[in-house]
Design a protein around this ligand. Sequence first.
Ligand code: ADP
Ligand code: ADP
Length: 226
Amino acid sequence: ANALEISHLIKTYDNGFQALKGIDLQVPQGDFFALLGPNGAGKSTCLGIVSSLVNKTGGSVKVNGFDLVSQREQVKRTLGVVPQEFNFNAFEKVNDIIVQQAGYYGLPRKLAHQRAEKYLKKLDLWDKRDNQARMLSGGMKRRLMIARALVHEPSMLILDEPTAGVDIEIRRSMWVFLKELNDQGTTIILTTHYLEEAESLCRNLAIIGHGEIIAQGPTKEMLKGK
Ligand code: ADP
Ligand code: ADP
């Protein structure tokens, strides 16, 4: 079965600009997939639609077999999203941000606290649990977003430029974490403009340019000679 199925996806922004010109994309369950392309190609728009942060103009999207629009609740339960912009309340404490997110998914209070501990430890943020989020470094804020996206243990995780602006050491530790998560069965889809990131992490990739899929296939074949 496919974790993600995108058919003829179109996005025209309110100003008339067509950012997606009819995209088709299938990502099988368990895959580690990259959406690669230059700035302005349409990567964020595409994942923004899958994450229900942006409304589509046309076409259809299925997440784990559920229709994005008519089966929103099911999609929400099986999907975790790490957007590009930091969108937590910076004056909240790190632990509270995770626990609140768990509440949003309806997890009981005790489980919410267990999950917060589990993922803050995994992402090396447990020491910072009582700090306000604004006190964290950029790399820590990024990891906070990942911990928050995993609190309901979704079967698919979407990350928009997860390591943008993160220094190389932290980037590598995030790669190790994401690889382990994928090994345990979570489907992962990310956007990146770092070839190296796609190359070291992703089994399959699609290259997008000017709102169209230019090429798609196994990473090894796609990046041959690059
Ligand atoms: P939607 O059609 O999904 O509702 P909108 O067209 O209303 O999206 O725009 C959403 C937001 O993005 C607006 O606040 C707008 O100011 C901002 N925006 C407009 N143009 C651009 C652009 N070229 N790149 C990024 N953001 C933009
Ligand atoms: P990428 O993530 O590949 O850098 P985006 O999906 O952010 O690309 O943007 C694709 C195109 O759509 C760009 O030309 C961008 O300026 C435009 N765009 C993005 N958001 C908006 C918006 N809200 N309104 C109008 N144009 C937008």
